[in-house]
Design a protein. Structure first.
Lengths: 424, 424
């Protein structure tokens, strides 16, 4: 007899829910659907030939080493190469004792949560924000508080206001989670002055910063903005970087940079979590840097993704009805589209699927259910150029029909605050 | 100014300690030392040529797929192949909905802990037991209670006695963690009748069983014993298997089998932990099964490890002084050696290192510090044949000297209970 053992679940597990987004994504898998819903790099951006040369050499010359268990901290050569690269490109100081290899940045978020979050701890996030971050925090029973974004990213004044309000109610947050550059989902970038202001605000309240930076190497226009970790003088920032967008996600190879104290604790936590990140992928990533393939290849990725972003933004202008607005990301993988308030993108989703086009509904990115009702995230890196144009065209028609259907039905629709992205 | 943020650590993180074993292992890395301390497969057992053929083909024919993100559950083809193999070889029933790919079995232990352990929950383990298991449980603030082993593994009567004693004190355990076959560290195997008895005992108390089975395919002598999962009629057993010992650990590719309900919850937990196991390694593992390389290769590994075990056991008989006893593992990777009670293997460790031989002290495998003082774990799979012989010879001299040095100093030494492994 098959029994249920759900009564034995831990309290944290009882709160875990299968992601709504995940269920929606299943609907978008049909081949006739043009999907802007995923968050995948384009497979044409994978340096397959380089990888093949590397794996051949590694297996021929270093097989016993690259197939064996490795240390929990990660392959030393890879960490050294990353330290040099972070110094050169990002102005981030750090050596071996500050760098931990993780099984994707998602593991960085999990380890960080395991080491810092007690049940009911408050984590500050952006609204909207990356679901994988909030899922990790929630899995350790954190409470999320969100601060709105505008075109320049998180708004420091609103952050400060929120934190002091919490403080007055006897609640203090341990940390803030930020994707400062080409944010997922909104595509916006926090300016350097705002980054400094945010660091000042959190320093006053003795908070930590998790800087999740998967996209900054995918810049198409404009100037680099210094990372928060480079601006950080107190080791208050834990920086997360990844090979998923500059090499390939299939190796699950990422890294984090933190103070020695924090790095050591995260390493102990990682040891009981998966012993070590897959050694093979780490050596591939190392060779990819050591053979100077990475910089050359990033230029190719940038060129491809810039073209795709341009096609998408041009198609928005051409096919979207009046009243629809969108962010203009200078890099990364996503644009964020806001429809007139009468449209509910969740209601509209069925129509989109019926018209063979898909997106992620905005509400999915608001852990507090505080917004996103008339927004959606669109990925421009994965579809082919032709499908981007055609998909936006289809979506334009769907939005137009939905605006028509909802005109007059403005009951209960909240007004938008000026400049705030998809705010309520 | 670099600050300390240890005051922000979670309660669970405050209890995390760097593994003592890990610090000891660092001492054993010097090339002149013959180390029996690690738990590594022999790199000569890695099917490097097969892997090279597979990776070449995969990158040539399926590059975009094997380098992309995968589903959290794992690559479908791999899970199907595992289901068929588990049915054929182990009599374990299960299909896609029962199998989750994990980033090493260690991740299975972590996910299981995350989903089932609340702080202060009681987990039953063997004494001695695998440190990676107890570390995972402890990282979620479990309490461990241990039950002694003898040459046939965990003793069901003592398990029952312990559980009812806890029960009378109002304490109930949710689960028991067992490595039934070629246990790490003791090398012993639980007989089928004992497995059934253990399942009866835990069913009466509505407990779950985590069956960790990394070694059963490495049998050198004797007959297979049915896995607890195959004997389980109530989906009470979560079964963990791994490619680390039959392919290579460097891919961090393992699997678990559980009821659909439990599998779903573990999948949700995994999603926020690392999104998915590295896709590349999963496809390599799949091809390794699909091309029928695995069964042929396991025969080679068995042959190699049997030879090494034989050399080690023969050397024990030849070089160890009177009063030293050891287990006779029919497979796996470890033997467990018990010296006369006057010897403290931790005290002796410095002498061993000075004589260029290393082991893991027995106490490391007793989370409750309840035993192992005059025991040690020896790995026979990693050293070369010559080094096994020479290392045991050195160790024999070290033990002999230690017995001489401690003779007469028997104050405070506890008597051994008959048959119990390294009991106190």
């Amino acid at each position: 007899m098959v029994q249920s053992f759900s009564h034995l679940f831990s309290e944290r597990a009882r709160g875990m829910r299968a992601s709504e987004i995940r269920e929606l994504l299943k609907l978008t898998q049909r081949p006739e659907i043009i999907s802007f819903a995923g968050g995948l790099p384009n497979p044409e951006a994978f340096p397959i030939k380089d990888i093949k040369n590397i794996t051949d050499d590694l297996l021929t010359k270093r097989g016993p080493q690259v197939l064996q268990y490795g240390t929990t901290e990660g392959v030393t050569e890879l960490r050294e190469a990353l330290a040099a690269r972070l110094k050169r490109d990002k102005g981030i100081d750090g050596d071996l004792k500050n760098i931990l290899i993780t099984s994707g940045s998602q593991q960085g978020l999990d380890l960080f949560s395991k080491v810092f979050i007690d049940p009911h701890d408050i984590i500050i996030v952006s609204a909207p924000t990356y679901l994988g971050g909030t899922n990790a925090f929630a899995s350790y029973q954190a409470q999320m508080e969100s601060v709105p974004l505008d075109e320049q990213g998180m708004i420091p004044d609103l952050l400060e206001e929120r934190l002091w309000k919490l403080h007055r109610h006897g609640k203090n947050s341990k940390m803030i989670y930020i994707i400062p550059t080409f944010q997922n989902p909104a595509g916006v970038t926090i300016s350097e002055s705002r980054r400094k202001k945010i660091l000042d605000v959190v320093a006053n309240l003795d908070m930590l910063v998790v800087e999740d930076d998967p996209y900054s190497e995918l810049r198409f226009d404009g100037d680099d903005v210094r990372s928060m970790k480079a601006l950080d003088k107190e080791d208050r920032v834990i920086y997360l970087g990844t090979f998923s967008k500059i090499l390939a996600p299939g190796f699950r190879c990422a890294w984090l940079v933190a103070s020695e104290e924090i790095c050591q604790k995260l390493t102990v936590a990682k040891q009981s979590t998966d012993l070590c990140t897959n050694t093979f992928g780490q050596y591939v990533a190392y060779e990819y840097i050591a053979r100077k393939m990475v910089d050359r290849h990033i230029l190719l990725i940038r060129k491809m993704y810039k073209r795709k972003r341009d096609i998408m933004l041009k198609a928005f202008a051409r096919y979207f009805p009046k009243g629809v607005t969108w962010t203009k990301p200078e890099g990364g993988m996503f644009a964020w589209v806001t429809t007139p308030p009468a449209v509910d993108t969740k209601v509209m989703f069925d129509q989109a699927i019926a018209n063979n086009v898909a997106y992620v509904v905005g509400t999915a990115f608001y852990p507090m259910a505080s917004g996103g009702r008339n927004s959606m995230r669109l990925n421009f890196t994965h579809p082919t150029d032709e499908k981007i144009e055609e998909g936006v065209k289809r979506l334009g028609s769907v939005i137009e029909a939905e605006i028509g259907a909802t005109s007059g039905k403005r009951r209960g629709i909240q007004r938008q605050r000026n400049g705030i992205i998809s705010g309520v």
